[in-house]
Ligand binder design. Sequence first.
Ligand code: HAM
Length: 419
Amino acid sequence: MNFQAPKGVSEYIPPRSAIFEFVREQLCAPAKSAGYRYMELPVFEDTGLFARGVGESTDIVTKEMYTFEDRGGRSITLRPEGTAGVMRAVIEHGLDRGQLPVKVFYSGAYFRAERPQKGRYRQFYQVGIEAIGLEDPLIDAEVIWLADQAFKNIGIRNYRLELTSLGDAESRSLHRKELLKFYETLDLDEATAARAKLNPLRLFDDKRPEMIAAMDKAPVLLDYLNEKSKSHFNKVLQYLDALEIKYVINPKLVRGFDYYTGTTFEFVHTGLGAQSAIGGGGRYDKLMSELGGQDLSGIGWGIGVDRTILAAEVESVIPVDLGNADLFLIPLVTSNGDQKNIQEAAMRIAVELRNSGKVVELAFGDRALKGAMKAADKSGAKYVVVLGENELSSGQVELKTMSTGQTKSVRISDLINNI
Ligand code: HAM
């Protein structure tokens, strides 16, 4: 019986897994540089947390959650996203009672029962950040900068930042009234009307051509912002200008969660086809209190690691030698020589170089030199050294640069300075 991975999961095996590690690190790096702290949270939570946190009107909660009963009869769900879990942990551990803002980042696997296609998986990976406890628009700009900077550090260029504001409760309530009035002029089917009732904004997200056409004249929230919301959003835009971050205002941007308020955004890559959102996020000023915590605002984003890899590959910006060794060291096996001695010496040299931060692969077993050279070549190592009786007694080795085939004579003790 041959087993296969479950349908629609993404997995990374060598050599591509080195790209995964690289991209994930790059996505976390700006957040670390701004003092965000790492969080590692469970991949499953109480189902109620997501029903409440993510929202009953969303596709995620109605169709896409992996929910099951555990052995104790509790309803458990594999996390479809990170924000609700972070809120739960912040409240449970009282982080919100310490220094504000609470600034955290996280990375891991998330689960949504979506129809699999390129860039859309049932288990996928995100890096995310959350900043909790500040209304200052400066933090909105910082949060957006942290994502933008991560993409730029990887070398990704062909994306745009789409941005809008969903305003505060007062603005949304004003808009909601107008939107519901507008819906009365449309001939909505029962299911759509039911969705509109749960969250009227959802219909902006409807991908059916007739709905897109019908929504063309729908009133947009951006036109209903009160002074406070408008001024907050304008300040965010000013800061983004100061940071030289380009954006497109998209008043019809709707994200797949009910928790968003105020600044809301998405990073859209132009070379990925249908699954083009490489990251997205926004403010969620009521989420914490809805989950039983203090009335603190928050903002954050999630970036798809899988899609960022696809984007980086489309733009050919991934470094070529990721994960390859600096040196491949071959203890020379001869028919009559003292092989053990040479292997021990090779091990010592490898240990010393590794402890100095070099990546060193050893040739194992008693393969002939030709086979070992082939292995060295396949490994992608930058340099190769063959260590035999002569080299050991003279203390001098031939250092071969694999890309050019050139060799140079180097003292063993001086290898560290030459690789
Ligand atoms: P999201 O937009 O649902 O936001 O997900 C963030 C990113 O995860 C997406 O832009 C996309 O790149 C990636 N992603 C989502 N679903 C899939 C999938 N099925 N396969 C591959 N990649 C996927 C959130 O999850 C929010 N928690 C972000 C947030 C944090 N908002 C505030 N704080």
